[in-house]
Design a protein around this ligand. Structure first.
Ligand SMILES: [Cu+2]
Length: 271
């Protein structure tokens, strides 16, 4: 298996994955609510992933690592914002979650699936997409220039020595994170990883997702060809392989204290 195909969620099916696979024809069924949803209010969503034989998918990878169950990643199509949730899955395969979408506009719900495969501990990973319209006036935001420092919720994320990012290349970003007092920020493991790096490409919304692991999270790096690491508080090394050139958004996310903090970076990836 190539590095790219093995990378966690290298999900741009148009270039990376064979066009025909059993998983590729699984689809989302029974998505509710069926119409636009309000912004800034809790909304209950539910749906089921249905297999080619018409049966609901009920076998998901389980365990303490991040490559389990389903991840719901709501992203506004201008890449201004995301919401990342890890819903429970019912015994009948029904996925239900309450989400508060923070702003109006056209959103995409990307469901990152870790399906349990018989005979192997390696889950089958693929993504399913669903449009979600959020009521209200939509003012698209530009992606913005590449900047090496982002402050969000009082925490400052700084990329040290931005590398020349290249398509299909293993690249790393070294990021330091400081709290509002300027001290190194301490991350609390969240959903099996110390931090999550979620990448979307501007335009076609190609996606992949890697994790920043730490020595006390042994399953964090399992089943992923590229993972990041952290050996000191406030220091994150992020691994990534871009499946396409272009302008990308990195949402770097982690739990600090009891809060999920998300730092949005713009990245330029050369062909
Ligand atoms: Cu993750």
């Amino acid at each position: 298996m190539s590095l790219l195909a093995a990378a966690c969620g290298s999900g741009s099916s148009q270039v990376m994955l064979p066009p025909v696979s059993a998983a590729g024809v699984n689809h989302i069924s029974g998505f509710t609510p069926s119409g636009p949803v309000p912004a800034r209010q809790p909304v209950k969503l539910s749906f089921t992933i249905v297999q080619p034989n018409g049966q609901p998918l009920t076998q998901y990878a389980t365990g303490p690592g991040p490559h389990t169950g389903v991840h719901l990643i709501f992203v506004r199509k201008d890449l201004a914002d995301i919401v990342h949730l890890h819903p429970p899955i019912g015994p009948d395969g029904k996925i239900s979650e309450t989400v508060t979408v923070p702003a109006p506009g056209p959103w995409m719900l990307l469901t990152d699936v870790y399906e349990k495969q018989s005979g192997t501990s390696i889950p089958l990973n693929y993504q399913l997409k669903q449009d979600l319209q959020v009521k209200g006036r939509y003012v698209p935001k530009p992606l913005g220039p590449v900047r090496t420092s982002v402050t969000t919720d009082g925490y400052t994320f700084t990329i040290h020595r931005m590398p020349k990012l290249k398509v299909a290349n293993a690249d790393y970003l070294n990021v330091s994170v400081t709290d509002p007092g300027g001290k190194p920020a301490t991350f609390t493991p969240w959903f099996g990883a110390l931090a999550h790096a979620v990448f979307f490409r501007q335009g076609n919304l190609a996606y992949f997702h890697t994790h920043i692991c730490s020595p006390n999270l042994p399953l964090c790096a399992a089943n992923s060809a590229i993972a990041g690491s952290s050996t000191r508080p406030g220091q994150l090394k992020i691994g990534m392989v871009f499946p396409q050139a272009g302008k990308w958004r990195l949402f770097l996310q982690g739990q600090i204290g009891d809060k999920i903090v998300t730092a949005p970076f713009s990245l330029d990836v050369q062909s």
